[in-house]
Design a protein. Structure first.
Length: 361
């Protein structure tokens, strides 16, 4: 029998989100029903609301969540009622060409629940990133629910489901930051600060935070930045070179995703250095670089998809690091809010006033 729950719905492009009653079915084969305890307000949710992802309205927003499994469907193994989980928007299928080659972090056929959640009138909802967790309960594929240590408080734990994992993984997995490396991170929001934290934990000798907001730069030091550069009044390329013996950084992470920051990152690298783009660009953005510079500077230009993570492997590790005091997940939580405050949280996000607003249910 369907469950009636309160949830945040984006009914049409650009309109304020609405708190509505929706219907969530009992889990079918390979699915689990999760009672959501906390869910972060991510830029991706705002992109859905504004129609920047696709036009499959109405959307059920929210995807950066932790909660407790309420029930499981037929065929589900390894999970049961009462398990404390973080939700992942990548659930490797095990069968696609990437999974078969031993690269499940690139899975090209990630699993989602097959039954739709709906409005009361039966209109199907499109859940953000296949999750839809701005809701009292949500239905996901079993592979999207990753068991973690229940001692981690949900408002912090849920953040590894998207932003923290994306930034941390961009440094540790995609950028392969190692002991003694120099790293520059452009953009000190939630993803950028997670990249800073990842680089610091990986043993970087110098971690340089670059942003146009002094408040964000001050916050970046909490996550491990050793130096800061305000690029509003300073050439960030020259500043980073000046902090790295005139050479540039071994790894540069663009957590903004704009042509100007990508160009800065490209020239901010040392010769044969790595540039990782993890900030999500808008569809119409373009970048132009001299081909001779692409050739002569060498190195690697990479995009990081979800921090190239394997949730079943990485989520428990990040939670363990949080509980041991090595990863400051609490530092990402600027405020906790109710379900009916998501629209105002979007305004704060646009203004750069928060790292994360977190809905607590």
């Amino acid at each position: 029998m369907p469950h009636e729950v309160h949830a945040v719905v984006a009914a049409k492009q650009g309109a304020p989100v609405e708190l509505q009653t929706i219907l969530v079915p009992d889990p079918g084969p390979g699915e689990v029903l999760v009672a959501v305890q906390a869910c972060g307000v991510c830029h991706t949710d705002l992109h859905y609301r504004d129609g920047a992802i696709n036009d499959a309205f109405p959307f059920l927003l929210g995807h950066e969540a932790a909660g407790v499994i309420e029930s499981v469907g037929p065929g589900v193994t390894g999970l049961g009622p009462g398990d404390y989980v973080v939700l992942a928007w990548r659930a490797p299928c095990g069968n696609c060409r990437s999974c078969r080659r031993g690269r499940p972090w690139y899975c090209f056929d990630s699993g989602n629940a097959t039954q739709p959640m709906t409005l009361r009138d039966g209109t199907p909802l499109a859940p953000a990133l296949g999750i839809g967790a701005f809701a009292e309960k949500t239905l996901v594929a079993a592979g999207q629910a990753v068991k973690v240590d229940p001692n981690a408080r949900p408002e912090a734990a849920g953040l590894i489901g998207c932003g923290v994992m994306a930034g941390y993984g961009a440094a540790v997995h995609t950028g392969a930051v190692g002991s003694g490396d120099t790293v520059a991170v452009i953009g000190c929001g939630g993803v950028g600060n997670a990249a800073i934290a990842g680089a610091s934990i990986a043993g970087a000798r110098r971690v340089i935070a670059v942003d146009i907001d002094d408040r964000k730069l001050d916050g970046a030091t909490r996550f491990g930045a050793t130096h800061t550069v305000n690029s509003r009044g300073t050439d960030p390329i020259e500043a980073v070179r000046g902090l790295t013996g005139g050479h540039g950084a071994d790894v540069v992470i663009d957590a903004v995703g704009r042509p100007e920051t990508y160009r800065q990152g490209f020239y901010m690298r040392d010769l044969a250095g790595t540039l990782v783009q993890v900030g999500v660009p808008e569809p119409d953005m373009r970048i132009e670089l001299p081909l001779i510079d692409l050739f002569s500077r060498g190195g690697a230009l990479k995009s990081s998809w979800y921090g190239d993570c394997l949730p079943s492997r990485d989520f428990p590790v990040l939670i363990d690091r949080y509980l041991s005091g090595r990863l400051d997940l609490d530092g990402f939580v600027t405020e906790t809010i109710a379900l009916d405050e998501v629209e105002s949280a979007f305004d704060k996000m646009r203004d750069g006033r928060v790292l994360r607003s977190v809905v607590v249910l």
